[in-house]
Design a protein around this ligand. Structure first.
Ligand code: UDP
Length: 253
């Protein structure tokens, strides 16, 4: 019997891939990825990613080559519904990091936490190991996605024999970092860009209350809490306009 993971259904929204998966599908896929000896890249796609990919061919290539582009961002759900191919649910990276840490503790996958401000990854590691007894932390390191640090970071991850890597450098840097090191990371089987998730785990930034998330307004909460992001957040109305102007064309599957 083949253990090769089946490819989940994929939509192209403004020529950017988004996989039609649930959180449960994602966890099942990761379990399959873990038995296949190569690095699988997961991206937590949202409308900001899609708009960045319009301008940045390198990032676009990374997204197209990724094994899984999760629908993280309610704007993608709106767009998919408008395009006539509704996505089953939102799969937020900020929730996946907990579910995967739990699975890592159960299966003995060694987790490496890369990125965020100095000290944040260490603190997140303490919180996760307290929450999921048995979780093995392969290492933590803030570092930077700059080329000058690349080899040292790869060495640390390889020395830690990490199976699972969370990279928190924000998009697109974290995703490009993973893509460019696919061939250098010897043991990692699953690597995902997690944006500000380590800041959420440590309480450095707060996620929106559940009812705000349920209304699909988490982006608005983040804008109010971190108003300096407004320039980046113009991506959301630009994304909506592009999708609406594009008409109700069924996205390619
Ligand atoms: N970050 C970092 N090094 C950098 C740039 C960013 O470690 O050179 C970290 C930052 O501390 C934060 C994370 O990247 O923890 C995500 O940043 P941001 O909130 O901008 O990303 P988003 O969640 O919007 O993708």
């Amino acid at each position: 019997m083949s253990t090769r993971p089946s490819s989940p259904p994929k939509l192209n929204i403004l020529n950017t891939p988004v996989h039609a998966v649930t959180m449960a599908d994602t966890l099942a896929l990761v379990e399959q990825y873990m038995v296949e000896p190569r690095l699988h890249q997961i991206c937590t796609t949202n409308p900001e990613f899609v708009m960045m990919a319009q301008q940045d061919a390198d990032f676009r290539r990374v997204l197209h080559k990724a094994d899984l582009c999760l629908p993280d961002g309610v704007g993608l759900l709106w767009a998919a519904r408008w395009l006539g191919r509704p996505l089953p649910q939102r799969v937020p990276g900020s929730e996946l990091v907990y579910h995967l840490a739990e699975r890592a503790a159960q299966h003995g996958w060694r987790l490496f936490l890369l990125g965020a401000a100095p000290g944040v990854a260490e603190q997140a590691a303490h919180i996760l190991t307290a929450r999921y007894p048995g979780l093995i932390i392969a290492g933590t390191y803030a570092g930077s996605p700059a080329a000058a640090e690349n080899d040292e970071i790869v060495q640390r991850i390889n020395d830690g024999r990490a199976d699972l890597l969370y990279a928190a450098y924000g998009a697109p840097r974290q995703d490009k970092w993973i893509a460019r090191n696919r061939g250098n990371l010897t043991a990692v089987r699953v690597a995902l860009g997690i944006g500000g998730a380590l800041d959420f785990i440590t309480g450095k930034s707060a996620r929106a209350p559940r009812w705000v998330q349920n209304l699909g307004l988490e982006w608005l909460h983040r804008l109010i809490k971190e108003p300096w992001r407004w320039r980046r957040m113009t991506a959301l109305p630009r994304f909506a306009a592009r999708v609406l102007l594009g008409g109700r064309r069924t996205p390619d599957l």
